[in-house]
Design a protein around this ligand. Structure first.
Ligand code: ADP
Ligand code: MG
Length: 737
């Protein structure tokens, strides 16, 4: 080992350790000195460079002959497959455009069941129609839940033409689905697309009760991406952050978010430069970024675009996460998408703002222009809530993960119970509807003057005054906001479940209305008669306007029959429950095998993450934490020894503080050692298991053992000499930017 000169001159091991500890101060000093990077922003208006890296419709028009363009647009709009001849022409046009923009490579870009995206670059020289439409990456190492044994047939990726190709750096990226040769989906995109189609197919017949011209219903998604930024030097000095994405230890900073002085405050200049850089890159990729601000926790931020069609919006979310990860390093940051990087302060979510709209331009989750439009709105509103109610446990499972487990149910995030918040206005409207005859028109308040007995909806919702941050599924004026989604998650996981659930409910509802109409009821009465039992049920069950964080709510939710399971591995059992199997196979969104595979992947991912954390925490306890504690203890002992030499008669009294601290250190050091041992044993037990579910259950025990170990480590950090502590502290990680 090469000992730096500075260190070699010191004789005692303590001084050596102090110097090692000082490495922390070096990185802190370096991080603190960093200045905002200068960035190149394109001259001119945003509209001049928006989508410049995307082969969008205007590029298609420019680079394809008229008939190829028509054919491609038709295939995109009707979601029909592209024939080989057209594909060749499309590929040629894309290639020309890509070469002009400096692309040297091409890749199918897809979303395997890891959170994140995958790409395998090929030279663009051989790019043709076949390569555009389908590729066969040897992607056997992606999670597949037993669908593909490595020796089995390969999987393939296929272009999703509804999401335009784009250039990232020097590579033409083709958004694709990822499927096994046996036909099962191996990704997030495939079931999402099927579920979105199911929603449209089920919603159109309901819309036609009100307007026969509707042919398609679109799902819209506006995600809000929360994230933390940490200086990269500090990050590099935290092995836990590097390997697990979160801090496995760290005593809380005296000041964190108590003053709420970070939320919406002026954005620090280094961060502002990063955001600007990301925005430019995002806008060039056609991502309509709109909002950026500081979040509640220190060094926590948020970014949101204007909402788009859900499949494209989700691709854009995946793209921007990649962009952010890369650009952060340019600014000396690492971006953390982990749901709970720091204990004791807010974690990060990805609020999914979701709504439905028709191809005739009507927003289905906003009040209409007249009584008919309002009835249509209430119809969708109520049916969506009925679907969420029926599948609340499955929806929760869809957002559950090892990471999100630290967030859901903790004080700042939606609880581990899915309920819905409607706000006073809509609650009152629904209550009123139960009281009045079914043919009572639902009016817009104020339009026709107030008449007693009428059901009225205000024209404009004052949504900001009527918000409930504790609710996982909240109505916010013209959309629902699903807040339980984790910041690192692929939105498609939960959106697929939500879409499948509402499609199923729409179908059942339409069948009921048909029966009522066949019995001679006029449309409006038939619809309202079918809505009433649903309204009564949701008001009593899924709707909850109170404090979702309270303990009373847990008891109340259980009484209402909502899913209150708090064990993540157990939540995943929902994927193969009879209800879920009926939901997914009944609408041909997922097969039983795919559902089993997804549950399996979730369990495996859970175990893998937790067991990596377990190993890391135990190693850090022994390699970083104990040496620091022992060094401090020795320092105290030496101090006491000097006292004994100089004041032999009085040192026991004079050194009472030292003696107390030495004893405290000893106790904590003992508990760290024994708890690290317990953690190792819990981890080994889980590692020895083969089957995904029992393994995940065993891993969950390791997760609790880790929390115990952490408690001791944090207690040691609290009393140990600051100069000796080797790991960047919470205050440094959170307040330097
Ligand atoms: P918040 O106040 O909830 O933080 P933001 O402005 O951060 O609001 O984000 C709101 C998100 O909701 C944006 O992405 C926005 O485009 C999206 N949104 C607004 N209206 C709708 C809608 N009708 N359907 C889907 N998303 C919507
Ligand atoms: Mg927001």
């Amino acid at each position: 080992m090469i000992i730096p000169e500075k260190i070699a001159n010191f004789e005692s091991r303590i001084d050596f350790l102090i110097i090692m500890g000082n490495l922390r101060f070096d990185v802190v000093q370096d991080a603190f000195k960093k200045k905002a990077a200068t960035i190149d922003t394109p001259a001119g208006k945003t509209s001049e460079f928006f989508g410049s890296q995307v082969f969008n419709r205007s590029k298609m028009k420019q680079y394809l002959d008229a008939s190829t363009y028509e054919r491609l647009v038709h295939c995109i709009d009707q979601e029909e497959p592209l024939d080989a001849k057209t594909a060749d022409k499309v590929a040629a046009g894309m290639k020309k455009w890509a070469l002009e923009h400096g692309a040297t490579h091409v890749t199918h870009w897809f979303q395997p069941l890891t959170e994140g995206t995958a790409e395998k670059h090929d030279s663009i020289e051989q790019f043709d129609g076949k390569a555009l439409v389908q590729q066969e990456p040897d992607a056997s190492s992606f999670p597949n839940g037993g669908i593909r044994a490595t020796f089995e047939a390969r999987g393939y990726t296929a272009w999703d033409p509804t999401s335009p190709v784009f250039i990232q750096d020097d590579t033409l990226c083709v958004p694709s689905v990822f499927i096994a040769y046996t036909g099962e989906a191996l990704d997030y995109k495939t079931p999402l697309k099927k579920a979105l189609k199911a929603v449209s197919d089920a919603a159109v017949p309901i819309c036609r009760l009100f307007d026969p011209k509707v042919n398609r219903v679109f799902s819209y998604l506006g995600w809000e991406q929360e994230y933390f930024l940490v200086d990269e030097d500090l990050y590099a000095a935290r092995p836990d952050l590097m390997l697990t994405g979160r801090t496995l230890m760290g005593h809380s900073s005296s000041k964190n978010q108590q003053l709420s002085d970070h939320y919406f405050a002026a954005i620090p200049s280094r961060v502002a430069a990063f955001m600007k850089d990301v925005e430019v890159a995002g806008l060039k990729l056609g991502i309509p970024l709109r909002t950026r601000h500081n979040e509640v926790a220190p060094n926590q931020f948020e970014m949101a675009p204007v909402y788009e069609e859900a499949n494209l919006a989700n691709d854009h979310n995946q793209m921007i996460m990649n962009v952010m990860t890369r650009i952060a390093r340019k600014h000396g940051f690492v971006v953390l998408f982990h749901e709970k990087p720091f204990e004791g302060i807010n974690g990060s979510g990805k609020h999914n703002n979701w709504s439905l709209g028709t191809d005739t331009g009507v927003q289905l989750l906003a009040p209409g222009k007249d009584a008919k439009g309002n009835l249509q709105f209430v119809t969708f509103f109520v049916n969506i809530l009925a679907a969420v109610q029926r599948h609340n446990g499955l929806l929760k499972a869809s957002v559950a993960s090892a990471n999100n487990a630290h967030r859901l149910g903790a004080h700042e995030a939606p609880p581990a119970i899915v309920s819905a918040f409607l706000g006073q206005t809509m609650t009152a409207v629904l209550r009123k509807l139960l009281e009045v005859p079914s043919d009572t028109p639902i009016e817009i308040a104020g339009k026709k003057g107030r008449k007693v007995g009428l059901v009225e909806i205000p024209e404009i919702f004052v949504d900001n005054t009527d918000r409930n941050r504790t609710s996982p599924f909240a109505f916010t004026g013209n959309r629902f906001e699903f807040r339980a989604v984790g910041s690192s998650a692929n939105c498609a996981g939960s959106l697929t479940v939500l879409s499948a659930a509402v499609a199923q409910q729409f179908k059942a509802f339409k069948a009921d209305v048909d029966k009522a109409m066949a019995a001679g009821k006029p449309v409006e009465t038939a619809v309202m008669d079918c809505l009433k039992p649903l309204i009564a049920s949701i008001l009593d069950t899924i709707c909850f306007e109170g404090n979702g964080y309270s303990d009373e709510w847990k008891a109340e939710a259980a009484r209402r029959g909502l899913d209150t399971e708090s064990s993540v591995p157990k939540m995943f059992c929902k994927f193969t429950s009879a209800e879920a199997v009926e939901l997914f196979t009944g609408q041909a969104i997922c097969s039983l095998r795919e559902l089993e595979a997804r549950a399996d992947v979730r369990w495996q991912t859970y175990s893998t993450k937790v067991l990596i954390e377990a190993r890391m925490a135990a190693r850090m306890a022994l390699n970083h934490v104990l040496p620091a504690g022992l060094a401090y203890q020795r320092k105290l002992l030496e101090n006491l020894d000097l006292m004994r030499q100089n004041f032999p008669g009085e040192y026991m009294v004079m050194g009472a503080t030292q003696i107390g601290l030495i004893k405290e250190c000893s106790e904590i050091i003992d508990s760290i050692r024994s708890r690290a041992g317990e953690l190792d044993r819990a981890r080994e037990k889980a590692e020895a298991l083969e089957e995904a579910y029992p393994k995940a259950i065993a891993a969950e025990k390791a997760a609790s053992a880790l929390m115990c170990l952490r408690e001791s480590i944090d207690a040691l950090e609290e009393i140990t000499d600051n100069a000796i502590w080797p790991l960047p502290k919470y205050r440094e990680l959170l307040f330097i930017s």
